[in-house]
Write a protein that binds this ligand. Structure first.
Ligand SMILES: Nc1ncnc2c1ncn2[C@@H]1O[C@H](COP(=O)(O)OP(=O)(O)O)[C@@H](O)[C@H]1O
Ligand SMILES: [Mg+2]
Length: 307
């Protein structure tokens, strides 16, 4: 099987803790209500979402030679993802995120470990034969980020389309993305990221649409995820909107990555931007009905019924 879409970026587990999760130092011991070890990472969750939608999907990423790495690959494989290009490195631990999950908010503690070392060469090698490459978590993979303009140019020269979901920049400098924009087909930020990125490229960011337009002026189609409000797409010519579904939300972890999967599944099979945007919004919304990033991800049938 040759994958139709390659996802490149982070791969790790989320340890989701529930209950009395606000830490009290001084060696206090607190008892929890729940602890789940599930597939995390923007790239991993997006790849799982694509696979669930019936898209032949491969992931290129790095894990360590440890129990978390083994479990990460097991969960990816179980989700139907081609993991041939997931490299196990000997000298670094698998990345992990500990999520302190309270009813109205959460804190995330992340070790990137092995995942940070992903290289441009690994991505280019894995991209042979695919139609589209989606890049996730730009700021967590600095080696690849440095080379991304050259990688995007090489893929474009080969007729392979590309998309980027930077996710949040932990350093909040947003450096380097500007050089990627002219070489990219689709940028997929959330609302806060769109505003931060627009500011970083010297554009207006008074509202989400202004920010998206400022980014689109640099080249790519810009598709912004806007939480319960759904999303909007700014192409060179028009601004389109799609509402999310009204949900009894269980967990919004990975909603944005599931949106990316819905949008990309539709757009790469030739549907127009407006329809792809609706697929994204519906896939994002449905993903919130289950816990963890992948627990609620919809099948193609479920998306089509909800549209
Ligand atoms: N509370 C919600 N109710 C319904 N849909 C939601 C909700 N939160 C998120 N979604 C869906 O998930 C998508 C992505 O969510 P968002 O929070 O904007 O992204 P991210 O996870 O990247 O921050 C939204 O565009 C929407 O389709
Ligand atoms: Mg996101």
């Amino acid at each position: 099987m040759t994958a139709r879409i390659l996802v490149a970026g982070d791969a790790n587990l989320d340890l989701v803790l529930r209950g009395d999760v606000v830490p009290r130092f001084g060696q206090a011991e607190q008892l929890l209500d729940g602890a789940d070890l599930v597939l995390g990472s923007s790239a991993g969750i997006c790849a799982a979402g694509l696979s669930r939608l019936g898209v032949a999907t491969a992931l290129v990423a790095r894990v360590g030679a440890d129990v978390f790495g083994t479990r990460t690959v097991e969960l990816l494989h179980g989700a139907g993802i081609d993991t041939t290009a997931v490299r196990v490195v000997e000298d670094e631990p698998t990345g992990v995120s500990v999520i302190l999950s309270a009813p109205e908010d959460r804190a995330i503690l992340t070790l990137t470990g092995a995942l940070a070392g992903l290289t441009a060469d690994e991505v280019l090698r894995a991209s042979r034969g695919v139609g589209h490459v989606h890049f996730a978590s730009y700021f967590l993979v600095p080696e690849l980020a440095r080379e991304l303009p050259a990688v995007l140019a090489a893929l474009r020269a080969d007729g392979i389309t590309t998309s980027l979901d930077t996710n949040w920049d932990p350093a909040e400098t947003w450096d380097g993305v500007e050089r990627c924009l002219p070489l990219l087909d689709v940028l997929l930020p959330n609302a806060a990221e769109a505003r931060a990125l627009a500011t970083a490229v010297g554009g207006r960011a008074d509202d989400v649409e202004a920010a998206a337009s400022a980014l689109a002026a640099h080249g790519p189609m810009v598709v912004v995820k806007d939480g319960a409000a759904g999303g909007l797409a700014v192409t060179g010519r028009e601004v389109l909107r799609a509402e999310g579904l009204a949900m009894d939300v269980v967990d919004t972890t990975g909603a944005g990555d599931s949106f990316d999967a819905g949008f990309l599944a539709a757009w790469t099979e030739g549907r127009d931007v407006g329809e792809a945007l609706r697929w994204g919004a519906v896939a994002g919304s449905l993903s919130t009905r289950g816990s963890g990033g992948t627990g609620g991800q919809p099948t193609r049938d479920e998306v089509e019924r909800a549209l």
